[in-house]
Every structure is written in structure tokens, then in C-alpha cells.
Design a protein around this ligand. Structure first.
Ligand SMILES: [Zn+2]
Length: 210
């Protein structure tokens, strides 16, 4: 299982640290025991038309021995582009007046790539809206008003839970799309969206997903 860490460090700075990148190792998501660093692997992330080679640390649980990749929050599962690049395209198309083609152009990505993101987000928008609305309520008691447009209201729900999470220790300074990636394990475009959850210290928030 991939754990996405709520890191606000720039992609450039993270990449420059190479294998020596410093990450706080969370508790095991399976059994809540402490984990230690356990090797890792390299992957690429594209940001502003530049590909960065970044090191993804792994952690191993001292109790149940399961291992977990510790992805920085700018990573999205199975996508080369960074969370903020993808998020900007989705917002421009799903909540703004932009078509996919101009949004792709301003993000510097192929039209077909941007179209794939928007379609994947559209497929997940019902689940994302439900999950992030529940998270916003859990964190702040805020009820997210639900509009008729699924994609736009999924974005509203992500934004509302981001707003609520910014007052929590360790989560301030995170952009909305890094927050989104961190909370759902980088899977907001995946065909199986993980349940969103976030750790604050030892407390785990995990809203139900219908
Ligand atoms: Zn464990």
C-alpha cells in the first residue's frame, strides 16, 4: 500500500535530496505499530515540463513486517505529472470556463493526457464528493452544499476539507491538490479510489465511503 506524506517541499528540493531525502515515517496503516525506513525506489515526476527523478522511500513495520511506499504528496499514483499540474487542469475544466485543450496548453501537457485526467476525475467524482464532504464534516462540522454538477461539487468538497485540515498540525502549507493526494493515497484518478483518511499525530480520520 502506498502512503502519501503531506509534504510541502518543492519537487526540485525533494529531487535534489536524492536518496537522502528526509521523511517522517508514519505508523503502520495496518496495525498502527512503529515503522522504520526500508530502502526505496526511483520514479519520475513531471512539473512545469521538466522531469524530475525522485526517490520514494519505503517503510517496514516492526510488528507485522508489511512494507509501504512513502510517496511525497506531489505524486499521483500511476501518473507522471505532479498533483498540482493535474489539479490545475481539472479545476480549469470542471469548475471554470476552460475547455480541455486550452487547459492542456497552459499546463504544457498533451491534450489527450489532460482529457484522460478530466475523464478519470469525472468517473470518481461521486465517490470523491461523498468522501471529502464527510471528511469536511468530521474535521470542522462544515456541511458542504451539494450542487447538481458532480465534478464541481466534488471540487467544492475537496476544497472544504482542505480548508478544515489547514488548522491541523502538520497539514498547513499544503496546497489543495497535495492535500487531496495525501488524503486518498494518490488515488483520486485511479479506478479504485482509496478511502480518504489522514493521520494527525496518532489520530486517524476516516470517513465512510458509500
Ligand atoms: Zn504493521
Amino acid at each position: 500500500m502506498a502512503i502519501v506524506l503531506p509534504l510541502s517541499v518543492s519537487v526540485e528540493a525533494y529531487a535534489a535530496a536524492g536518496r537522502d531525502v528526509e521523511v517522517e515515517v508514519p505508523r503502520c496503516p495496518d496495525c498502527a505499530s512503529s515503522m522504520g525506513r526500508w530502502s526505496g525506489y526511483w520514479r519520475f515526476v513531471r512539473q512545469a515540463a521538466t522531469c524530475f527523478k525522485v526517490f520514494v522511500a519505503r517503510a517496514r513495520c516492526s510488528s507485522c513486517a508489511s512494507t509501504h511506499a512513502l510517496l511525497p504528496a506531489f505524486c499521483v499514483l500511476s501518473r507522471l505529472d505532479g498533483a498540482e499540474v493535474i489539479g490545475a487542469v481539472i479545476e480549469a475544466v470542471c469548475a471554470g470556463p476552460s475547455g480541455v485543450r486550452p487547459a492542456a496548453l497552459s499546463a504544457g501537457v498533451p491534450h489527450t493526457t489532460a482529457r484522460g485526467w478530466v475523464r478519470a476525475f469525472g468517473r470518481n467524482s461521486r465517490r470523491l464528493r461523498a468522501a471529502f464532504s464527510a471528511l469536511a464534516i468530521e474535521l470542522a462540522g462544515d456541511v458542504v452544499s451539494v450542487g447538481a454538477d458532480l465534478r464541481a461539487s466534488a471540487l467544492d468538497a475537496i476544497r472544504a476539507s482542505w480548508d478544515a485540515a489547514m488548522s491541523l498540525p502538520g497539514w498547513a502549507a499544503l496546497s489543495p491538490w497535495r492535500f487531496c493526494s495525501a488524503v486518498c493515497g494518490g488515488s483520486f484518478l485511479a479506478s479504485n479510489t482509496n478511502s480518504p483518511y489522514l493521520f494527525v499525530g496518532r489520530r486517524r480520520f476516516m470517513p465512510p465511503v458509500p
